[in-house]
Design a protein around this ligand. Structure first.
Ligand SMILES: Cc1cc2nc3c(=O)[nH]c(=O)nc-3n(C[C@H](O)[C@H](O)[C@H](O)COP(=O)(O)O)c2cc1C
Length: 253
């Protein structure tokens, strides 16, 4: 119940449910009765600044049997504007008994630790900072567990993972779980899946190399690629020309 996008909210779904506590509660209750696994709910703070609706909703969800709650500490009307207000996480923590996950603007291990100490939350959720930078999650987990922060990935690792990401999305678009299974699928279906996957990742693949010298020129080429082969060629050409592919240069998203 956190999606603020107008086409979703117009139908009464997503964050629009924050304005309709009775329906939201009925949905949670129905799901809890229908499944045997723990049901968790994610909400925003409320529809707009006029009402911090999350505490009342969360109490209803808790009574309906939800086992954990996540708060994206923005109001629906904000979209992604402004900063997440972590004090709302602290206030919600005081209002409910089930575990609460704090979410919004966590970009590093120190942000995650600050979210824990400032709000008393039980867990943290990371969204945008992990897009095309899954290593960021390992850094954050290490910081939270008090372990040494892993070294940043090299350019080679970034490229390998970017291509793996694309292979997995092609497999997904082709309706199978693993890249190995793609071989058994008719060629025209795979080609369609490949085109769709490439279109979907054109914006994300460039983020894997963001921050390295020459990345913006490579980005211009990556945003027009239509096949795995093309992506591989552009990335390999970029890697060969990159004057300093050492770990740590690639910037976080
Ligand atoms: C591209 C994109 C897709 C998202 N899709 C979902 C989704 O399907 N379900 C969901 O609960 N939140 C979704 N979110 C919201 C994130 O889970 C998260 O609440 C939000 O990005 C704030 O956290 P962050 O500051 O760490 O990014 C999405 C966010 C982005 C940027």
């Amino acid at each position: 119940m956190g999606c603020w996008v107008p086409k979703v909210c117009r139908t009464g779904s997503g964050a629009a449910l924050l304005k309709d506590a009775a329906t939201a509660e009925r949905i949670v209750e129905t799901v809890v009765k229908a499944v045997r696994i723990p049901v968790t709910v994610k909400v925003r703070a409320g529809w707009d600044y006029s009402e911090f609706a999350a505490p009342e909703l969360a109490q209803r969800f808790e009574s309906a049997g939800a086992k954990m709650l996540t708060l994206h500490a923005r109001f629906a009307k904000q979209g992604f504007e402004g900063e997440a207000d972590w004090d709302l996480v602290r206030r919600l923590r005081e209002a409910i008994h089930i575990p609460l996950v704090g979410n919004g603007d966590i970009r590093s291990g120190s942000d995650a630790l600050r979210m824990f100490t400032e709000t008393g939350c039980d867990g943290v959720m990371v969204g945008r900072a992990a897009i095309s930078n899954p290593w960021r999650l390992a850094e954050i987990v290490a910081a939270v567990e008090g372990r040494q922060i892993p070294r940043p990935p090299s350019l080679r690792e970034r490229i390998e993972v970017a291509l793996q990401h694309l292979r997995w999305l092609i497999a997904f678009e082709a309706g199978v779980a693993e890249w190995d299974e793609v071989e058994a699928i008719p060629q025209p279906t795979v080609e369609d899946a490949e085109r769709r996957a490439c279109r979907r990742l054109r914006g994300q693949i460039p983020l894997y190399i963001k921050g390295y010298p020459g990345a913006s020129q490579a980005r211009a080429r990556l945003t027009t690629c239509s096949s795995l082969e093309e992506f591989r060629d552009v990335l390999e050409t970029f890697a060969k020309a990159c004057p300093d592919p050492s770990p740590g240069i690639g910037a976080a998203v």
